[in-house]
Design a protein around this ligand. Sequence first.
Ligand code: ADP
Ligand code: MG
Ligand code: MG
Length: 251
Amino acid sequence: MLEIKNLRASLEEEGKEILKGLNLTVEAGKVHAIMGPNGSGKSTLSYVLSGRDGYEVTEGAAELDGQDILEMEPEERAAAGLFLAFQYPVEIPGVGNMTFLRTAVNAQRKARGEAEMDAATFLKVVREKAKELKIDAEMLKRPVNMGFSGGEKKRNEILQMAMLEPKLCILDETDSGLDVDAMKLVADGVNAMRSPDRAFLVITHYQRLLDHIVPDVVHILANGRIIKTGGPELALEVEKNGYADLIEEAA
Ligand code: ADP
Ligand code: MG
Ligand code: MG
């Protein structure tokens, strides 16, 4: 589903290299977790894959379901099936949450050559999915993320993901700022979406999220590279011993 080869990327302004030859393969149907120290390049990886401005890819390749995504515009990547739940969800004044979701869903369907979702169906689906995430109707009417608590913003990201039905879901520290109950809601939302033709890249600082979203594979990202890959036990090892030994070992 996702194949990244020798990816190198720098900050456009400073020219500082952040991703330094990163290799990663995520198969369809799998959940891969990425853990790593602060500043190791986890968010940068998610931004470079989704096409955020300000980064320059200097080497390497990234394919989503066989398509080279690095040359695409962000909206083309989304249409190709990529979704990113932000570490820091953005507030969008003046744009109603419901309008935002409906516009995104229909743009997605159009790009896939499908008919628009009619208003009644959309309303039914969005209400159903919002209810599962304990997002109340009033939050759907407010502008996107405006005045939402940290936890509400993160749940709203998962609502967007559930509505867009992506092929590859990237969650960047979606658990940060969530209390245990909210984290379980988010995990349930993600688990409900697990399917043989969808893959997840779950970026997290804390092992605890991985008790709820049990990954197939765990990668350690340090200094712009994947330095170790293992099973769920690798996350437990990191939780217990930290990253220092792994980084030393890799060096
Ligand atoms: P992580 O998500 O693993 O904590 P990031 O990808 O956010 O790491 O950051 C990787 C490195 O790149 C850090 O040293 C960070 O300070 C730097 N960095 C990222 N984006 C910017 C930016 N826009 N301007 C300056 N430095 C940046
Ligand atoms: Mg960070
Ligand atoms: Mg980050």
